[in-house]
Write a new protein. Structure first.
Length: 289
């Protein structure tokens, strides 16, 4: 397959066939994000996309999962997305799952009928970044959407039969907004009730506004104890029945996994143990600041 620039995908898509449908991210101004900076957002020519799928069929005997890259595949015309999904079904009848990233903006332009048709044609799940449920944090980090809009678009996805995986970032509000960030983020998850919740821990990447703020002393990072405090507040306030909660990304100090039906207390006990013995945490020396 042919890739232009760096290709990013969720951890759960490690073994998926990845085909670029768009180049870059249509927003790409978040203060904490270093992804897609080497390319301008653009729609990839449809004939190239279909050709890549045909090449993949000749290369791979079995394809279980397909991920449509880059950062915002849903901005394409619905008719073109239908063609892409029809091609996947035709060439890979064994495929069980087709997924993509989605943004509040790209979901908003899709009608309910279009979303239902996308699901019928095989788009099973989208990944959306909430980052924070706190509007003050979202504004600071230049997310481009208030929490209410992100929640509304997440609900829209679920109401039309597409599964939803949502991520947020521990530490994104710094010490000053620790409590508000944790509680409001939990409330946002609760309102969307996504199939999957993923928590990352803030990593400060070079050549981002956040990197400059940290080095200028304008933004303070959480220490390990504060990360645990924020995580506890988040988990205590989560009420999203059936959601699978994962805090197992490489960025995380502490690994938590479970469903929010019955594993909350076990996760809180894990946090308790870590608070009493910080040696249980992953080291932070590799973070590079």
């Amino acid at each position: 397959m042919r890739y232009f620039g760096s290709v990013y995908r969720p951890p759960s898509e490690a073994y998926s066939l990845i085909i670029q449908v768009t180049y870059g991210c249509s927003h790409n101004t978040c203060a904490f994000c270093s992804m897609y900076k080497e390319k301008r957002f653009a729609l990839r020519p449809l004939d190239e996309i279909l050709e890549d799928f045909r090449m993949a069929r000749q290369t791979y005997r079995h394809v279980d999962k397909v991920f449509l890259a880059d950062g915002d595949a849903l901005v394409r015309k619905a008719s073109e997305l239908y063609i892409i999904l029809d091609t996947v079904r035709e060439l890979f009848p064994e495929c069980q799952r087709v997924t993509s990233y989605a943004s509040p903006a790209s979901i908003r332009i899709r009608t309910d009928e279009e979303l239902r048709t996308l699901r019928e044609k095989g788009l099973t799940m989208v990944y959306m970044g909430l980052e924070s449920g706190c509007d003050e944090v979202l504004k600071l980090m230049r997310k481009g959407h208030p929490a209410a809009e992100i929640i509304e678009m997440g609900q829209k996805v679920r109401q039309n039969g597409i599964a939803l995986s949502v991520t947020a970032i521990t530490g994104l509000g710094g010490p000053d907004l620790l409590e508000q960030h944790a509680v409001d983020t939990a409330k946002a998850f609760n309102a969307m009730n996504p199939e999957y919740i993923g928590m990352l821990t803030l990593m400060v990447e070079p050549e981002t506004p956040l990197y400059d703020w940290v080095h200028a002393g304008k933004f303070r990072l959480l220490n390990q104890s504060q990360v645990l405090e924020e995580t506890r507040l988040l988990v205590e306030n989560l009420d999203s029945p059936g959601s699978v909660f994962r805090m197992n990304h490489a960025s995380n100090y502490l690994v938590l996994k479970g469903t929010l039906n019955g594993d909350r207390q076990a996760m809180l006990r894990t946090i308790d143990a870590a608070e009493h013995d910080l040696s249980r945490l992953r080291p932070e020396s590799w973070r590079g600041l």
